[in-house]
Design a protein around this ligand. Structure first.
Ligand code: PLP
Length: 425
């Protein structure tokens, strides 16, 4: 089949808009008549800086946040790298704040005294909080345990405990065990594998009226750019590019500038060593990446270029930003869920209705009683109709339709029609 025939529902890397790829293919050969392709130009050239700066500004415009208040960082190491980066940087920020507080309280710079007080604070007070609602937040939680030490990592809730050992529901906020003054609270806004998405920003994590409140981190790898988010409620959000933003190879961190100099500087490696806390690799240090406008080391400008083109296309289609795309995403998800719900004898939607993802629609095919046989038939017949990439994640099986921004309304309509016809056949 040709590209135009296919609707690809893969979970990531995801399909990219054809016109973006056509422009990128040309840019790969010869960028703007320079005789050199975009992947060959220096990452330190003026044209690379322009691509980076435009992508940053367009992301802020589309998601409606202030570039004065938030820094956009292009990171390497994917979403998984950000599991580590978020921990290192926000634990570092916690240490820096405690360091300043201890110095002030003791009224001295005496190193031994300050260090003793700091050690005590680390031992008695350092906590990072994880809300585990699916496979990716579980991985982030485990990474924090591995790098920082399990004694510092608090499990706020594990969604499997309220759903027969499986992900699929979000535990009621009243049951969450949040630490007092955690270095941060982490959640994954959309669980790509399990099809679980937070319906809205958690109430208990909202900032208080005086502006104080928890330090919130979110992984938005698989639903960024698909819905309006209250960016001001977050200290950090991050996402791998390869679902709604662009190609594989970069991740983006959007960080509140209060976590960067001149407001706050990360503790020195020497201090961290004395506190027996981990020292971050330099490529994961936001402060370093920010200072260098994401060019501390060689960055794939080609990937930033693709992300930039996707953002330009989104802004041209939805000049008022993400709300327009959100309406489309909701409509597409509604079509697909409605087709599934119309045939309870043939399909079982995996997550609870209260937590259904609009981006990753996970279901089982139960028609005929033998799920394995039914799902194989479903995949074979859908593929024959050029509806591809529908196989669920290998860890959970089933069917997963990833409804990312590049899926057109007609693509969702085709899938809904197939879901209906397969059930009836
Ligand atoms: N977080 C979420 C929600 C994801 O869906 C993924 C990957 O699919 C990751 C993190 C990990 O991203 P990466 O493969 O870029 O490390």
């Amino acid at each position: 089949p040709s590209r135009a025939d296919i609707t690809y529902f893969g979970a990531g890397p995801a399909a990219l808009p054809t016109d973006v790829l056509e422009t990128a293919a040309q840019a790969l050969l010869d960028y703007q008549g320079t005789g050199l392709g975009i992947a060959e130009h220096s990452h330190r050239s003026e044209l690379a800086a322009k691509i980076i700066n435009e992508a940053k500004a367009d992301l802020a415009a589309y998601l409606d946040f202030s570039p004065e208040q938030y820094e956009v960082l292009f990171m390497q190491g994917g979403g998984t790298g950000e599991f580590a980066a978020s921990m290192y940087n926000l634990v570092g920020a916690w240490v820096a704040r405690q360091h300043a507080a201890v110095q002030k309280e003791l009224g001295t710079d005496d190193e031994a005294q300050v260090l003793a007080a700091l050690r005590e604070r680390v031992e008695n007070g350092l906590k990072v909080d994880y809300i585990v609602t699916g496979s990716w937040s579980l991985k982030a939680y485990q990474e924090a345990q591995r790098l920082l030490g399990p004694e510092y990592v608090n499990l706020v809730c594990d969604a499997r405990t309220i759903n027969d050992g499986k992900f699929g529901k979000i535990p009621d906020e009243s049951t969450w065990k949040l630490s007092k003054d955690a270095a941060y609270v982490y959640f994954c806004d959309n669980e790509t594998v399990d099809g679980v998405e937070f319906p809205s920003f958690p109430k208990v994590l909202e900032p208080k009226e005086d502006g104080t409140g928890p330090i919130v981190v979110a992984d938005m790898s698989s639903n960024i750019l698909s819905r309006r988010i209250p960016v001001n409620n977050y200290s950090l959000l991050f996402f791998g590019a390869q679902k709604n933003l662009g190609s594989t190879g970069i991740a983006v961190a959007v960080l509140k500038k209060t976590f960067l100099p001149p407001n706050l500087s990360q503790p020195s490696p020497a201090l961290l060593r004395k506190l027996a806390l981990p020292i971050p690799p330099i490529v994961l240090q936001y402060e370093i990446i920010a200072k260098n406008n994401s060019l501390y080391n060689t960055l794939s400008i080609f990937d930033v270029y693709i992300a930039g083109q996707v953002l330009k296309k989104l802004l041209a289609t939805f000049p008022n930003g993400v709300d327009g795309q959100q309406a489309v995403a909701e409509k597409k998800a509604e079509l697909i869920y409605a087709a599934l719900e119309a045939h309870p004898e043939a399909y079982k939607i995996v997550p609870d209705k209260s937590a259904r993802s609009k981006m990753n629609i996970c279901f089982r095919v139960i028609k005929g009683g033998d799920v394995d046989v039914a799902e194989k038939a479903f995949l074979k017949e859908s593929t024959a109709l050029n509806l591809t990439g529908l196989k669920g994640h290998r860890s959970v099986g089933g069917i997963r339709a990833s409804n990312y921004n590049s899926i057109p309304l007609e693509g969702a309509e085709k899938l809904a029609k197939f879901i209906d016809e397969f059930a009836k056949a």
